[in-house]
Design a binder for this molecule. Structure first.
Ligand SMILES: Cc1cc2nc3c(=O)[nH]c(=O)nc-3n(C[C@H](O)[C@H](O)[C@H](O)COP(=O)(O)OP(=O)(O)OC[C@H]3O[C@@H](n4cnc5c(N)ncnc54)[C@H](O)[C@@H]3O)c2cc1C
Length: 467
């Protein structure tokens, strides 16, 4: 991308939140407006937000995002623009399996977030009745989405009706659990599977819509059939520091923004301790804090955004990183563990098998716990939670040497926004209310994609609108 350079007089951009969205926005703003002042306010005591890494037996090991979807190219492009293209790594294996009460089954190829494009290849992971139920979609009337005024439905409601419960409980739930820590029966079809939803009216069938969405994706990628996922050798969480330096931004840690008001020529933010706040002037303000925090800031300047933002709840999670003695494990890149198993963990990533740079003397594994509305296990103290996760993982992977050499637990309160039914309408309402205020923008995981590449894309979209 060639930077577009502005000739307008210097201004001060204040970004609220030093997660990937805020930092990518700061970087992009600097490319376009080299003379502006950029201040990033961060409530916490470090930069990166959900990007976080630990030292696990001498390896930088991500405990937030660990894989970047390369098919949304903004993350790879940004890493290359930072001069770090040589640190990108592709997986050694991407074969994941689903754990079910009867055993472990490889994830079938060619699904759209678990939604099959045909009944072929589903034997085993579904019962014979379950496969027959999928096949029987062809006998149903064409789909009509009765989503009320929002035109949206829950993924689970549609798929249970059209393809049966097994597809939801055994295929889709594990994948949605992995991406959103959410539940198929509550998540929005339009927001979590937009490509499939777009194909439904034309095809009239879920299977055909999944096939069309998959094929359209393949066509738009053309011959550039590169890796689906990548990561960064010293951790995705190595990016924030590089971004801050490249953006030439002043980052103020432990400095939450808790008030925002318009002035005759811009904005004033009240920042720092609520009892003794500082006032910070800004020409342009970009909010990238999670939805509930952003809602609190918008009451005075964009009240129409407050209720829709409050309608975006978050799931909390914990990630346990574990190093075991090297031993053979036959689980590909990892396991998806849906609620039907009754297990504590919802996923296991075998990092030392998945990523070549992590292969070596030890078996490196991470596992996550916690789903939306099912966070009770997170109340356990660290040592208890870790012991329970280690036991579950050792059992699932069939470890012969199950005593870990090292473990780390990282808790993520408010980890992942839930795109519930009606989410697209909520996002549109927030965007409209914010767009009415010149110089104000909002972006982040709460809106059009929770993945890091989607957050970066949303940061650029916001910058386009503000510039
Ligand atoms: C455990 C886990 C695993 C994940 N795995 C992946 C993965 O493999 N691949 C992938 O692509 N994505 C993954 N994600 C999702 C992705 O990491 C996040 O959606 C993304 O990083 C969110 O970025 P953000 O900048 O929008 O928000 P955040 O990272 O939440 O940043 C917002 C920042 O705003 C700050 N803040 C809040 N309130 C205020 C305030 N009032 N004033 C100032 N600052 C404030 C917060 O402290 C925070 O630093 C994962 C997420 C989690 C939690």
């Amino acid at each position: 991308m060639t930077p577009r350079r502005s000739t307008a007089p210097p201004r001060r951009l204040v970004v609220v939140g030093a997660g990937i969205t805020g930092l990518a926005a700061a970087f992009e703003w600097r490319r376009r407006r080299p003379d502006d002042e950029i201040v990033v306010l961060e409530a916490g005591d470090r930069i990166g937000g959900k990007l976080h890494r630990v030292d696990l037996v001498g390896h930088w090991y991500d405990t937030g995002p660990e894989a970047l979807l390369a098919r949304v190219p903004e993350a790879v492009q940004l890493i290359e623009a930072l001069g770090l293209g040589d640190r990108l790594v592709v997986p050694a294996t991407t074969q994941a399996s689903v754990v079910l009460p009867e055993g472990r089954f490889p994830l079938p190829a060619g699904t759209v977030l678990g939604v099959p494009a045909s009944a072929d290849g589903l034997e085993g992971i579904l019962s014979p009745d379950g496969v027959a139920r999928v096949r029987a979609e062809a006998d149903l009337q064409p789909v009509t989405l009765d989503g009320g005024s929002s035109g949206d439905v829950a993924v689970g409601a549609l798929l249970r009706e059209r393809l049966g419960d097994e597809v939801v409980d055994r295929l889709v739930e594990p994948l949605l659990g992995g991406v959103y820590a959410g539940r198929a029966d509550e998540l929005s079809l339009a927001a979590t599977m937009p490509a499939l939803a777009a194909q439904l009216p034309g095809t009239g069938s879920v299977l055909a819509a999944a096939a069309a969405a998959r094929d359209a994706g393949a066509r738009s990628r053309g011959d550039a059939d590169g890796p689906v996922f990548v990561t960064v050798t010293d951790g995705i969480a190595s990016l924030p520091a590089v971004l801050v330096a490249a953006a030439g931004a002043v980052v103020r840690l432990r400095t939450p923004a808790h008030g925002l008001r318009r002035t005759s020529n811009g904005f004033e933010l009240s920042v720092g301790p609520a009892a003794a706040p500082d006032i910070l002037r800004a020409d342009v303000v970009l909010l990238t804090a999670p939805a509930p925090k952003a809602a609190r800031l918008l009451g005075e300047v964009a009240p129409g955004a407050v209720e829709p933002l409050r309608g975006i709840p978050y799931a909390s999670m914990a990630v346990v990183a574990m190093a075991f003695p090297a031993q053979p494990v036959d689980a590909g890149s990892g396991l998806l563990v849906p609620p039907v198993t009754g297990r504590l963990v919802k996923g296991v990533t075998v990092s030392s098998a998945k990523w070549p740079h992590l292969a070596g003397e030890t078996l490196l594994v991470r596992s996550s716990v916690g789903r939306f509305r099912d966070e009770s296990e997170l109340q356990r103290p660290d040592d208890e939670l870790t012991a329970a996760v280690v036991a579950d993982v050792a059992d699932l992977l069939g470890l012969s040497r199950p005593r870990p050499l090292e473990t780390r637990v990282v808790r993520w309160g408010g980890a992942l926004p839930q795109y519930l039914v009606g989410h697209p309408a909520r996002v549109a309402a927030v965007r409209t209310a914010v767009a009415e205020v010149p110089g104000l923008g909002i972006a982040g995981a709460a809106f059009e994609g929770v993945g890091v590449p989607a957050c970066i894309r949303d940061a650029y979209r916001a910058i386009d609108a503000l510039e």
